[in-house]
Design a protein around this ligand. Sequence first.
Ligand code: URA
Length: 212
Amino acid sequence: MSDALNRYYLQAMGIDLWELRRPHVSSEQGLGALAKEVAACTQCSLHKTRTQTVFCRGNSNAKLMIIGEAPGFFEDQQGLPFVGKAGALLNQMLQSIEMAENDVYIANVLKCRPPNNRDPQLEEIAQCSSYLERQIELIQPSLILALGRFAGQFLLNKPLPLKQLRKTLHHYHNIPFIVSYHPAYLLRNPADKKQAFLDLLTVKKLLVEKQG
Ligand code: URA
């Protein structure tokens, strides 16, 4: 059984895990090494159908980290998160609060594309979880914006519906995060863009408060 799956089962049984301290490495070195590890990953079956892994886009020193669900077709082709239609909307959403790619660090819960863009499966999330956990640990963002229920549930470690995840300031290992609609959902349900904009205004306000 892989280490990640082992941890998943132990956590599901309510058993506390002890972690060995990792030797200190700079976050750039750590992220580079982690990206290489991810690129070589064969822990779940998604490696068989991927073109390549998708690790991150943006600025590793950004205060805001954005977490999506999983790569889609264009992300799998280009090796970068949110570069398809949902990514174009995400860029517009960021512009609406005067932010650009350099102001954010973007990653996904899964690093490989699920075939036909199906939902991630619980075991795939469990196998992939240590990568995102370590990414967050290395980035140390001031705030996380989780897009969609999969990212929200990952951070909260609770299978709540999006409705119950939104409009609350949660914490992941002391890092504040909020959950909003996934841009792919907003493309299908544009009437909810107004609500998403209100979430973005909250993001902006929290970032300004952190700086002040
Ligand atoms: N949807 C996501 O959640 N992530 C991507 O990278 C692309 C689309």
